[in-house]
Design a protein. Structure first.
Length: 400
């Protein structure tokens, strides 16, 4: 009988070869205890966390935790229903209001994950005669949204304004078009030239959707993201994002000023055909988002951390994903998967957790050690991290 699993054989083989080399599986690490947004116990050892998306360190914020406990007591552990049936509680409306206030936008829709927000928005907007243009390095959820839509898909070179403009000009002027961008690209931590990309999109009559998953809370004066930092937040038609990064919980959203936006609640399948977020999660998200509005000091400290780590790693001789620090993500480029896995393990043994990222998640077949900083990493911790990179880099031969 033909085996449906035979298509996974090359991956199974690659994984077995890697494990035979003595490396522990980088994709099955267990956090035995989490002490704070920056420290956990892994394999019985105190480990500094440098591979979470907890950019603003909100997961243990006392106000956030109190809001979650209160909602759990008052509304129970779950809604057991879709947003369009029994799954909209006062907390979901309060969270949507917090998002409208945070972004100064007219409408907000909360989804059960960030993945579903991007999947839902891209798929529902891309109809049969429409075009979706997307950056080739887009997140899997945006690609999945394209696959689920009925639109024609046109990919363009990463962060290439001219390539986007050329493709827009080739499309029928009367067709509706959606340009899909990210603020910060999560693999290399580089930022999109949103100002220029929004300008060429608008000139061609296209609507623009920006996924600000890795920028929300940190980038921009009020933490609204790259669209705010580059002065185009009023020209972006849809901002999508997640609560699983700076907000410190789980869930996703879209905000917009489009006057017909509310109709999406009836037609967006990843919104309609799934259960809504539990009341405790919704309460933690709303509290966190309101606190992120007034977090300028934390944003400034996170920038300091990012600059310090980038400069230190460069000085040690590592090759990095960007010439300058552009976000809270600093990607260290590894020569191949084997060296990357060995370095990942050496860092873990030193007491540091980073993300090992590999194709297909990474661009151009790269193996990366992705470091994502937190506003609660102290200056001393960043120093400790650099010491661990120096030791692991030398023991694996990554640096001399
Ligand atoms: C750019 C981008 N969009 C969307 C998502 C999905 O968000 P979530 O993990 O909250 O579902 C991610 C997750 O990593 C992401 O990096």
């Amino acid at each position: 009988m033909p085996d449906l699993f035979s298509k996974f054989d090359p991956l199974i083989e690659q994984r077995e070869t890697l494990l035979e080399s003595g490396v522990t599986d980088p994709f099955s690490l267990v956090m035995e205890k989490v002490e704070s947004p920056t420290v956990a116990i892994c394999n019985g050892k105190r480990t500094i966390l440098l591979g979470t998306y907890n950019y603003m360190g909100m997961t243990f914020d006392p106000d956030v935790l109190a809001a979650g406990h209160k909602a759990l007591d008052e509304f129970g552990s779950g809604t057991t229903g879709s947003r369009v049936l029994n799954g909209t509680y006062v907390g979901h409306k309060a969270l949507e209001q917090a998002l409208k206030d945070f972004y100064a936008k007219d409408h907000a829709m909360v989804f059960s994950t960030g993945y579903q927000a991007t999947l839902g928005m891209v798929s529902v907007l891309g109809g049969k005669d429409d075009y979706i243009l997307l950056d080739i390095d887009s997140h899997a959820s945006l690609y999945d949204g394209c696959a689920m839509s009925n639109a024609q898909i046109v990919a363009f070179r990463h962060n290439d304004v001219e390539a986007l403009e050329k493709r827009l000009k080739r499309l029928p002027p009367e067709a509706a078009k959606l340009v899909v961008l990210e603020g910060v690209y999560s693999m290399l931590g580089d930022v999109a030239p949103l100002k220029e990309m929004v300008a060429v999109s608008k000139a061609a009559g296209a609507m623009v959707l920006v996924d600000e998953a890795h920028a929300m809370g940190f980038i921009g004066e009020h933490g609204r993201g790259v669209a705010e930092a580059q002065g185009v937040i009023d020209d972006v038609d849809f901002i999508v994002g997640t609560f699983s990064k700076s907000v410190g919980t789980v869930g996703g959203f879209c905000v917009s000023n489009h006057p017909k936006f509310e109709i999406l609640r009836l037609v967006c399948r990843p919104y309609v055909f799934t259960a809504s977020l539990p009341p405790s999660v919704v309460a933690t998200a709303a509290t966190s988002i309101r606190k992120l509005m007034d977090s300028a000091d934390k944003r400034a400290h996170l920038w300091e951390n990012s600059r310090r780590l980038h400069a230190g790693l460069r000085q040690l001789g590592f090759q990095l994903g960007t010439d300058q620090p552009q976000s809270a993500i600093i990607a260290v480029i590894m020569p191949d998967l084997e060296t990357g896995a060995a370095m990942w393990q050496a860092l873990l043994e030193e007491g540091l957790y980073v993300n090992l990222a590999r194709p297909p998640a990474t661009p151009a077949g790269m193996t990366l050690l992705r470091c994502s900083l937190c506003a609660l990493h102290s200056e001393e911790q960043v120093g400790e991290i650099l010491g661990m990179f120096a030791a692991a880099g030398r023991s694996t031969g990554c640096i001399s």
